[in-house]
Design a protein around this ligand. Structure first.
Ligand code: MLT
Ligand code: ZN
Length: 482
């Protein structure tokens, strides 16, 4: 049985010892200072924290964790605070301590021969990408929140994103990991080996564990060669079926060229162009749906533009694509990506929304979108389905924006009804209720129904073995035991 969180509030003595250890820039205790760490990006959770710790080194963190563990105080790891599922927000009790590694923000080394990056947890994903690029390499992980999301959180949640179709999820990039365990001991697995067959691959246990097993403090990530050529196009299509026909056409040409293949509904695109300044549709007229395809290669001799134009010409011919624009400059490529990356922000501006980050076998995406749209519209007339996302991975963000004029709180009060309606269809299509955002505090209630029996029981046994007092990120991932 998972230990029920029975954490203690930190005493004044513990806070004083932590302040001694971490120094003035390493601890925040004033409510005005801790407040930004107590609400999630979506504003779904509003908690309180007894303190926010900001250690500068692994050794400092390890000592701080040992002090908290000794006092039975619960700890909530937080990276860039960009979780979509409330994965890093303390509860309302005011007993938890939030721990942020943003001061551990060094790219320690990039090895051009090993193609590896040795990096600390507090580096933002964007800064990590930039560092790899400056060294002539590429960190092939890209998500909408990359300007704020930090490596520690990206790994703790096994982030997916736009390049998974080619390079896999965060998990696939991790060669080595350093973790401070819940008792303050340090697991140093910072190895840069392609082959290391020495028992359990412990690092993979921490990737995707959502801060429930320890603090990821640094990692060795695999890099890729920097592409020499990149081509991107925005294509107008009738529906997800046409989007998949286009995907098949590019794959038939050369699957190794597809760096991203993203789907957007007409409704989602409309919200972006209306609500996000600096965006506009670069096509003659709006379409029912869109694909943003990006091809890239490190090869010197590849004529990517010809590949792109040939496939699009054939797809015009067959009627699969009705219009398309190819980026003619880096600025235009970024403008096309902005239309995709601002989907979450546009939906936030449109009012309350319910997110279903689901996956199904790629072939079943069209059925998912059609059935879930019909079911949700029947459930709440006026609801605005705005599905988009990583169709090349079968991962759709089946997001629903509240009906115009409805009270946001009244809409959000129905989130379980909506999520369960979509989940029932996803289950029928052999999919998953959480493809890349994880479980956080939003979805533990779904775990018994989806991952119950031996699977959840094994996860609980692992949690109990590593964090026997339930001090790490209480409330996240696991439903209350019982
Ligand atoms: C994205 O791919 O932009 C996200 O994961 C955001 C979302 O689900 O809203
Ligand atoms: Zn996504």
């Amino acid at each position: 049985m998972t230990a029920t969180p029975s954490s203690a509030p930190p005493t004044a003595d513990l806070l004083a010892r932590l302040a001694d250890l971490l120094g003035p820039s390493g601890i925040l205790t004033e409510t005005t200072d801790t407040a930004p760490y107590c609400t999630d990006w979506r504003s779904l959770y509003h908690g309180r924290a007894a303190a926010v710790l900001r250690p500068a080194t692994t050794a400092e963190l390890a000592r701080a964790v040992a002090l908290c563990a000794g006092a039975g105080v619960a700890m909530v790891p937080q990276g860039g605070n960009t979780s979509m599922v409330g994965g890093a927000t303390p509860d309302e009790s005011g007993r938890d301590i939030v721990v942020c590694l943003s001061r551990m923000n060094r790219v320690r080394q990039i090895d051009p021969l090993d193609h590896t990056m040795d990096i600390e947890a507090g580096v933002t994903l964007k800064a990590a990408q930039d560092a790899a690029r400056a060294a002539g390499l590429m960190l092939p992980l890209s998500i909408s929140s990359e300007g704020s999301a930090q490596i520690g959180g990206v790994l703790a949640t096994n982030a997916g994103g736009n390049n998974t179709v080619r390079y896999g999820n965060a998990r696939e990039l991790v060669l080595g990991l350093e973790v401070v365990l819940p008792d303050g001991s340090v697991f140093n697995g910072l190895r840069r080996l392609r082959k290391d067959n020495t028992g359990y691959a412990l690092r993979q246990l921490f990737v995707g564990s959502e801060g429930t097993l320890g603090f990821i403090t640094s990692a060795i990530l695999q890099l890729q060669p920097q592409p020499r050529a990149v081509e991107a196009a925005l294509c107008a299509v009738a529906d997800a079926g046409a989007a998949l026909a286009l995907f098949s056409a590019f794959r038939a040409q050369d699957p190794a060229l597809i760096q991203a293949f993203e789907y957007m509904s007409g409704a989602g695109m409309d919200l972006v162009t209306r609500l996000v300044p600096g965006t506009s549709l670069p096509l003659a007229e709006p379409a029912p749906a869109y694909v943003l395809v990006e091809l890239a290669t490190p090869r010197r001799d590849a004529d990517l533009r010809t590949v792109l134009e040939d496939v699009l010409a054939a797809m015009f011919e067959s009627g699969t694509v009705s219009d398309a624009v190819i980026a003619e400059s880096e600025g235009q490529r970024l403008a096309l990506w902005k239309l995709r990356e601002e989907h979450a922000e546009a939906q936030r501006r449109a009012g309350a929304s319910v997110k279903n980050d689901v996956s199904v076998p790629v072939s079943r995406v069209p059925e998912l979108i059609a059935r879930a749209s019909a079911a949700c519209t029947a459930l709440i007339p006026g609801i605005r389905p705005a599905p988009f996302g990583h169709i090349g991975d079968g991962n759709i963000h089946f997001n629903l924006v509240q009906p115009e004029g409805m009270d946001p709180a009244a809409f959000l009060a129905q989130d379980h009804r909506i999520m369960d309606t979509v989940a029932a269809i996803v289950r029928d299509l052999d999919g998953s209720f959480s493809a890349e955002h994880g479980i956080g505090r939003l979805k533990p209630y779904m775990m018994p129904g989806w991952r119950g029996g031996a699977e959840l029981a094994t996860m609980r046994r692992i949690k109990d073995a590593i964090d026997p007092h339930g001090l790490m990120n209480p409330g996240a991932l696991f439903p209350p035991a019982g």
